[in-house]
Design a protein around this ligand. Sequence first.
Ligand code: SF4
Ligand code: SF4
Length: 111
Amino acid sequence: MAFVIVDTCVGVKDISCVAVCPVDCIITTDSDPFMLINPDECIDCGACMPECPVNAIFAEDDTPADQQQWIEINKAYVSLDKAAFNEKYGKVIEAAKEKNRGSAHANQALY
Ligand code: SF4
Ligand code: SF4
């Protein structure tokens, strides 16, 4: 099992979670408007979860039913190259970003 970041991070990406992760497994690239968790390195400590202002972090087994695809997306961010990841999940990411545009925590620099 690992922890999972879901759609509410997209367009927010305030990196509060990153500072508390003891194994540096919360990852991104400069060009991506989200963070995701490397499930191969996450040690399930749970330290990141309370840091998130938009409740985007869940233990895998507690991931809400409507967010289940994000378990796969977190895994794919590590296992696929960037082009393949964008091809497969680009529309999902873009939809999440648009959904979060009006969030009080949205980072307009990412839009
Ligand atoms: S549960 Fe712990 S190890 Fe896993 S991403 Fe969060 S802080 Fe890092
Ligand atoms: S704390 Fe939440 S919103 Fe901020 S980067 Fe981490 S998962 Fe994304």
